[in-house]
Design a protein around this ligand. Sequence first.
Ligand SMILES: CC(=O)N[C@H]1[C@@H](OP(=O)(O)OP(=O)(O)OC[C@H]2O[C@@H](n3ccc(=O)[nH]c3=O)[C@H](O)[C@@H]2O)O[C@H](CO)[C@@H](O)[C@@H]1O
Length: 358
Amino acid sequence: MNNKTIVFTGGGTGGHVYPALPIIELLQEKGFRICWIGSHTGIEKRIIAEWNLEYYSISTGKLRRYFSFKNFTDIFRIIAGLFQSIKLIKKINPAFVFSKGGFVSVPAVAAAWLLKIPSFTHDSDVVPGLATRINHRMTQNTFLAYHESRKYMKSHDDKIVISGNPVRSDFFNNEIPLPETWNKKLDGRPLLLILGGSSGAKQINLLVRECLDELTRHFTVIHQMGDELFQQEAEREHYHPVPYLNEELPALLQKADLALCRAGAGTLWELAVTETPGILIPLRVGSRGDQILNAEIVSQRGMALILEEKDMTPSGLLALIMKLYQDESLRKSMVENCRNFVNKKAEDVIVSYLLKES
Ligand SMILES: CC(=O)N[C@H]1[C@@H](OP(=O)(O)OP(=O)(O)OC[C@H]2O[C@@H](n3ccc(=O)[nH]c3=O)[C@H](O)[C@@H]2O)O[C@H](CO)[C@@H](O)[C@@H]1O
């Protein structure tokens, strides 16, 4: 092994960063130096800084499949990002590039391809994103989370590996102590954890606000609202809104009786690992529909319930939460199905392929 540096890339949302971290941990244990190529201001910059990894910013533009004036300016940003990536990758000279998806990853993977450096990509969603489908043409292997994902990739089937979705090790550890400030908030009542994903979920915030009195009669509610959507004044008895959850999230999920959340791929795997019965409100409007399919796949496997569009009212939400809470045998079967679902660690599968290349 003559080159022990690996370039990771990806970003835009937490779902395009967090699953890379368990892979990075394994590679660091094997003595690799890790660098990350991301955008100037995306969430990946903050997460990677928390993990004390070397970070390099490039210009980024979004890959849209609809008309927008931004398409004209973003094309120049993407080209600038490609040249910056070529310069960086030449300088770093890594053994390979690993992409966790998102539009920021395409210039780095393309630069690796032009420089004849091997690359890999991973996608967490049932339907892989556009960036992954572009990267797939240039990679050595493409890792996908579900068997069902394979049919959405139109070419190079031989490169596809179904690996599952890597989840940070803390979610597997049910003995992580909760920070004292959080322990004080949990008062022995049933715990409902509401997660809006890495950017928060306005729709969930509005629905929850409408049925908060009833929810706090039965539960202590922790509500992650998203940095931009967070409302400080909403704090009240048995209700704890927060913009974002950091190291306390794994322990809170371990302790939660129920979770109410979006259907981001990362969140769904974290529910499975912590065996938390969940109610899902997938993002429908203004998205490519990836969360709808994510939600369907886990609900078909009996791991979570979906709040259907026709029930998207405060009373509909409340009815589903109470149904799940009061039906112990349903919750037990969901826990069992989660346990059966997570039968291997995705990072082990992925790293076994990466090591062949280093
Ligand atoms: C609006 C949008 O584009 N959403 C996409 C994005 O979602 P998003 O990034 O929200 O979704 P994920 O559920 O995949 O990932 C969120 C990650 O953020 C972490 N987290 C979240 C909240 C918090 O307070 N603290 C925290 O650490 C979670 O533990 C999880 O690891 O990427 C997902 C994976 O490709 C997609 O399925 C979603 O459709």
